[in-house]
Write a protein that binds this ligand. Structure first.
Ligand code: VG1
Ligand code: CO
Length: 544
């Protein structure tokens, strides 16, 4: 088996976004496109010869092909060993878990997360470092720079290997070990949560749940954990069979795209607890019977109750949330007397805080929560965390959240997405807002007075790296906020995200519909940013 060096020319568009490189499948199918990016990753890393790489993905179309290409290139570039999930599969949190547990040099995850899959859908690839977390900007910038000047890549002249057979084989001088994608992850979950207690709740006859895997990667994980270990009946798992095109769906666990689950949960005789995860298994949506928990509230509830679970009974070092995430968790941190961090959007910004032991729980408003157990957000972890709390409190999901609000106050919250809008218009909107930020302070809009406004810039407290232009924030004197930013994960046009938040301390006023409670702010946001004008849209595509 010979190493071959192939000549290639750069592609100009291989800049990783919020979470790796995501493009339409047919972009990845261009000759050399995937190879260029993989070689650029390898060329950006310190010496890895003889070391171990982890490889797996969410199982979408092109996953298998890409896994074979990457294996050949890893061998030709001198890795000593690759750990691959059987079938080329690993959920994002499981990949992070495997990297850490086996002390690998790093890992490559094949996923475009919740973006639709299939030959006409999206594909994605990202690199995670030895701590199990997404590569920081220093590395993603280096990868992009390499991709712009690449002239050759290394691969092997060899056949595909069988990815479905657990065990070890060789590819050139490199060992390839095919591992059970579910085992290490399941073991970690059992260390963190009280499986006996959850098992007792599930088998009490008084509790019903429904988990929606959305035909994506969490299916096999849900079967192993919920069915085999916790005794959930098979009918409580829906869409649990992974498909290469995610069943034609959009595996984004929110009220719009997880409609089947939402309908089940809001039916008059619906289950007590419902949850869904996304394409690569790092997101979660939590529902009670006729009750939706916003991801920001979920983070606050997990933080306030963490000491009741085995994995977090020592308490939390600190909490970190992305900037647009509501300030509900800040109130919990304040009461607990622990540090609170506000980072830019994207899990990579939590890595240093977790590594330094400054933060234990992290969360994003975009249905992401996680902890120091790994370095990615973790969908099933959040579901198990909630199940553990339900088993301890013996309360309904609705009671848990209303008691939380009564104790801490409620941060009414909503995100309005304008998907696939004209990129020039969206850019102009942001540019105009950026120019406005200097002159908004003191301005009045109805009952609201602007207290501050800026383009969010973050200085990492550990390595002091600075990330600028992370979204326009407008804060009001009563603590309400609005945030505007453009998505960094889309593959078509631009997506404008508008995040809205208002605090309500009065228990009597905490049970309004979020859209009603935020109606004034929604109007003000349109007034300030001229959203309709610049997007040409009358209403958001998705409201969460
Ligand atoms: C979105 C979310 C962000 C999340 C990212 C990756 O990014 O807003 O919070 O970290 O997706 O999640 P953006 O740039 O489109 O707003 V996932 O589940 O796609 O890995
Ligand atoms: Co995801």
């Amino acid at each position: 088996m010979n190493t071959i060096v192939k000549n290639t020319t750069p592609f100009p568009d291989q800049k990783p976004g919020t979470s790796g490189l995501r493009k339409k499948v047919n972009v990845f199918q261009q000759a050399g496109y995937l190879e260029n990016f993989v070689q650029s990753i390898f060329d950006s890393l310190d010496d890895f010869s003889g070391k171990t790489l982890v490889l797996g993905g969410d199982g979408r179309f092109y996953n298998r092909h890409a896994a074979q290409v990457i294996l050949r290139m890893a061998a030709a570039n001198g890795f000593g060993k690759v750990l691959v999930g059987r079938g080329g599969l690993l959920s994002t949190p499981a990949a992070s878990c495997v990297i850490r547990k086996h002390q690998a040099f790093g890992g490559i995850i094949l996923s475009a997360s919740h973006n639709p899959a299939g030959p006409d859908g999206d594909f994605g690839i990202k690199y995670n470092t030895g701590n199990g977390g997404p590569a920081p900007e220093k590395i993603t910038d280096a990868i992009y720079a390499k991709s712009l000047s690449i002239s050759r890549y290394r691969t092997l002249d060899t056949q595909d290997i069988d990815l479905d057979l657990i065990g070890e084989t060789r590819l050139g001088d490199m060992r390839v070990e095919i591992i059970d994608p579910v085992a290490d992850y399941t073991e970690l979950m059992q260390e963190l949560f009280d499986f006996d207690r959850i098992h007792a709740l599930i088998n009490s006859g008084l509790f019903n749940m429904c988990f929606d895997a959305m035909h994506a990667i969490t299916g096999p994980y849900a079967v192993e954990i919920f069915e085999q270990r916790l005794g959930v009946t098979p009918d409580a798992l829906i869409n649990a069979e992974p498909k290469e095109d995610f069943g034609g769906g959009h595996p984004d666990p929110n009220l719009v795209y997880a409609k089947q689950l939402v309908d089940i949960m809001f039916a008059s005789n619906g289950p007590d607890f419902g949850a869904a995860s996304d394409g690569d298994g790092d997101r979660n949506m939590i529902l009670g019977h006729q009750c939706f928990i916003t991801p920001s509230d979920s983070l606050a509830v997990l933080a306030a109750n963490a000491h009741l679970t085995p994995g977090y009974k020592q308490g939390l070092a600190g909490i970190a949330r992305s900037m647009p995430t509501s300030q509900a968790a800040d109130r919990v941190a304040e009461r607990l007397g622990i540090e609170m961090f506000e980072t830019p959007t994207g899990w990579k910004f939590f890595g240093n805080l977790l590594d330094a032991g400054r933060a234990t729980l992290c969360g994003e408003e975009s249905f992401g929560s996680g902890s120091s157990h790994i370095r990615e957000k973790d969908g099933l972890w959040a579901v198990l965390f909630w199940l553990n709390l339900l088993a301890v409190h013996k309360l309904s999901v609705r009671d848990i959240i209303t008691r939380h609000w009564a104790s801490f106050g409620r941060n009414y919250y909503s995100r309005h997405d304008y998907e696939g809008v004209n990129a020039d218009g969206a850019g102009e909107l942001m540019e105009k807002l950026r120019n406005l930020t200097g002159n908004l302070k003191g301005k009045r809009y109805g009952d609201y007075e602007v207290a501050f406004s800026d383009d969010f810039s973050y200085t990492d407290p550990i390595d002091h790296s600075v990330s600028e232009h992370q979204g326009i924030r407008i804060g009001f004197t009563d603590g309400s906020r609005m945030v505007f930013r453009l998505s960094g994960t889309g593959t078509e046009g631009a997506t404008l995200r508008v995040y809205l938040e208002r605090y309500e301390g009065d228990t009597a006023k905490q049970l309004l519909d979020a859209q009603d409670a935020l109606a004034d702010l929604i109007r003000i946001a349109d007034d300030i940013a001229q959203v309709r004008h610049y997007t040409g849209r009358d209403a958001p595509t998705v409201i969460t």
